[in-house]
Design a protein around this ligand. Structure first.
Ligand code: FAD
Length: 387
């Protein structure tokens, strides 16, 4: 198997410093409040548009920064280090919705919608999950029927990131035997929002339901080809998994850094915590898992950059990053003792946020199904695939 790893150029290093500075000044001071009050910082989110983060992968002529997916991964990691929930909302807007709209949208959609989403004038969501279809996404019930040059959409989507605030939804509906992607605006007649969910983690990233009741739109709202949504869904899921894996790399980095700091500061029995062999074991294991997850995320991202993205690498990058961010956050609580269990420490939040990693963007079980399926297929074709 050919291996590749993205290397950061000067522009990436300077972007990382720029985002780090933004996070330190604007996100870090409110990250605990966001969690405690389940508060979405809408003004700050829109400011991320002005900073060029929301439209980072979009060409400048459409209001973006004209950078690459590595840049988007860097933004995810740096925001995720401070607030995984803000990083989740960022990922849903910038990658799942905006980047996919740009890749698949018509010139009208690129001109009308993309600049508004890049600047933060509009907030965006991707609507795939429905009350009766989650992992089995293609069993969706939302349907669109064609009448002349219009479509009438009926159905609903649930667990949608940013939905309580979004102006724009990239969503999917059954059109006969196949599926079509549509651009829906919150101002469309027949659109309504349901409740905002009260979640265990990722608090501050608003998650909600949306409904389409006899929602009529013209066919210029079709994103991509009529009946062509299956490819958009599947390729979107691969990129989404890779980009979102950086949130969990960010969580693991924060958990490890806080644990190193605390084990250097804190003394018990006249010794620093890091002098106890059992704490050394934890730190070493946490580091090794974090570093491996980071390498896997970079490796899979390189494949996107080189146009060689595949489901095997995308699913395994997020599978591992999500699993280890939970393990590393759990150990961080243990290293911090009772203080780690207290909300003000910000440590227990890392674990609650990390758990989403095994559910969103396809669950751990679905990722394992994809990975084993791809491995068996590739191994049958070439038994030396693992070398
Ligand atoms: C905070 C949050 C944000 C989200 N944001 C979005 C968003 O922006 N847009 C969007 O469209 N969706 C979003 N989702 C939905 C998310 O993608 C789904 O929750 C996820 O795909 C799982 O679907 P489900 O919840 O219906 O679980 P189900 O599919 O019902 O699965 C239940 C359990 O059964 C397992 N299972 C299902 N099928 C199999 C199988 N074949 N083999 C083995 N095990 C199986 C699952 O792994 C899981 O453990 C979000 C969810 C959350 C919690």
């Amino acid at each position: 198997m050919e291996r590749m790893i993205a290397t950061e150029k000067e522009e990436h290093k300077s972007l990382r410093e720029n985002v780090r500075d933004f996070v330190k000044k604007k996100v870090e001071p409110i990250c605990i409040k966001m969690d405690e009050e389940d508060m979405f910082p809408i003004g700050l989110f829109k400011e991320m548009g002005k900073m060029g983060y929301l439209g980072v992968t979009i060409p400048e002529e459409y209001g973006g920064s004209g950078m690459d997916y590595l840049s988007q991964g860097i933004i995810e990691e740096e925001i995720g280090y401070s607030s995984a929930s803000l990083a989740l909302s960022y990922g849903a807007h910038s990658n799942l919705c905006l980047d996919s709209l740009f890749r698949n949208g018509s010139s009208m959609q690129r001109e009308e919608y993309v600049p508004k989403l890049s600047s933060g004038q509009w907030i965006g969501s991707l609507g795939l999950t429905e009350p009766s279809s989650g992992s089995d996404a293609l069993a969706m019930k939302t349907n669109a029927t064609k009448n002349g040059d219009s479509f009438t959409i009926n159905g609903s989507k649930t667990l949608i990131t940013n939905a309580p605030y979004s102006d724009f939804f990239l969503t999917y509906a059954k059109t006969g035997d196949n599926y079509t992607a549509f651009a829906i605006l919150s101002t469309d007649e027949g659109f309504s929002r349901g409740k905002k969910f009260n979640k265990m983690g990722m608090r501050g990233s608003p998650t909600g339901e949306i409904y389409f009741q006899n929602l009529k739109i013209k066919e210029d709202r079709i994103v991509g080809k009529p009946g062509g949504a299956k490819d958009i869904i599947l390729s979107g899921l691969n990129i989404e998994r890779i980009i979102l894996s950086f949130i969990f790399v960010g969580i693991a980095r924060r958990a490890l850094e806080e644990s190193l700091k605390y084990s250097i500061e804190r003394k018990q029995f006249g010794q620093h915590l890091y002098e106890f062999e059992m704490i050394q074991d934890k730190l070493a294991t946490m580091y090794t898992k974090y570093e491996t997850a980071r390498i896997m995320a970079y490796e899979s991202l390189s494949r996107v950059q080189e146009d060689k993205m595949d489901a095997l690498h995308a699913a395994s990058a997020i599978l591992y990053a999500a699993e280890i961010s939970e393990q590393v956050s759990r150990e961080a609580i243990q290293i911090h003792g009772g203080y780690g269990y207290v909300k003000d420490s910000g440590i227990e939040r890392l674990l609650r946020d990390a758990i989403l990693g095994q559910i969103g963007a396809g669950t751990t079980e679905i990722r394992k199904h994809i990975i084993s399926g791809a491995l068996v297929k590739q191994f049958k074709d070439n038994p030396r695939i693992l070398e």
